[in-house]
Design a protein around this ligand. Structure first.
Ligand code: G4P
Length: 286
């Protein structure tokens, strides 16, 4: 199995509507915060947003930093900063980095607030919204900012409920509805990375193919962590199939007759990858 053969059954039926809604919301805000998955910053970014947001200030937050490779997160931050994008990493579970993110929002809005001041407008709040692909952590971030369980996001791109503005800090108002961006599938690798991290539902791709490709990728990028976590020995001759068998044996995933239960291995490894139990991995190279 090669990455180029990985397919996602994606029907972008809602895209036009989603785009229209996103544009409508964008008109209401001063700053857009695009949440990316720190494990796949390149795959979870949506280039359409830049077009839609136009000259509107944009801040990027690499979320789920607790699950990503810290060295690569630093490299991604360096790269994006060099491109002139205000960026930070966050962990919405603990709240780490969220304060810095809000400071970046204020900085990014400075040209706008300066204009307000020049016009004599005082005490005007900066309005922001959180956007990102499904499952990147938008609702978790909004809940953290708002301080109570409030935001219920839909997985369907662009689908919204009643809009509401919530004051989250002095001078900052948040649109409590996240903007759901549709994932882009410009190439099979992007699709694979989105699938492996949960941005697309698992009924639109072949899980066994995804696992094979994941094991091949980890064998190259994180072989020691993979071997250590499953207590197996890897050799350069290993294929995804033989790694699955080794993991199955090590974990006792065996059916009657001593046959390895590959379905169980598949379910287990995909879950343990998605939840960063195997290790903190970043799949996209900066
Ligand atoms: P969305 O609105 O963008 O679709 O994403 P949502 O906030 O629903 O988050 C998707 C999943 O990601 C949730 O897990 C959430 O807890 C988790 N998550 C969000 N931010 C972070 C983070 O910074 N670090 C980690 N490790 N996880 C994060 P879930 O398993 O779907 O739900 P639950 O078990 O938390 O209830």
């Amino acid at each position: 199995m090669e990455v180029k053969d990985f397919k996602i059954q994606w029907f972008p039926g809602h895209m036009t509507k989603a785009r229209r809604m996103m544009e409508e919301h964008l008109r209401l805000v001063d700053v857009v915060v695009e949440l990316l998955d720190a494990r796949i910053p390149g795959s979870s970014i949506n280039p359409m947003l830049r077009q839609m947001a136009g000259s509107k200030p944009r801040v990027i937050a690499l979320n789920k930093a607790d699950m990503a490779d810290p060295v690569k997160t630093e490299a991604w931050l360096y790269r994006l900063k060099r491109e002139g994008i205000p960026v930070c990493s966050v962990d919405c579970h603990t709240g780490k980095g969220v304060k810095q993110m809000l400071n970046l929002v204020k900085e990014a809005a400075k040209p706008i607030t300066d204009k307000w001041l020049k016009k004599g407008v005082k005490n005007h709040d900066i309005r922001l919204m959180i956007v990102g692909v499904p499952n990147v952590g938008k609702s978790t971030l909004i809940n953290r900012l708002v301080g109570r369980v409030k935001a219920i996001a839909s997985d369907r791109p662009g689908v919204t409920k009643q809009k509401q503005w919530v004051t989250i800090a002095k001078g900052l108002e948040l649109l409590d509805t996240p903007g759901v961006l549709w994932p882009k599938f410009e190439n099979p690798e992007i699709g694979l990375h989105l699938a492996l991290t949960g941005a697309v539902k698992d009924d639109v791709y072949d899980r066994r193919d995804a696992l094979h490709l994941l094991l091949q990728e980890l064998q190259v990028k994180y072989p020691q962590q993979l071997a250590m976590f499953y207590n197996i020995t890897l050799s350069p001759e290993d294929t995804a199939e033989t790694i699955m068998e080794k993991i199955g044996t090590a974990r006792g995933c065996v059916k009657a007759g001593g046959v390895i239960d590959l379905n169980k291995v598949e379910q287990m490894v995909l879950y343990e990858f998605k939840t960063a139990k195997i290790g903190r991995f970043t799949l996209d190279e900066p």
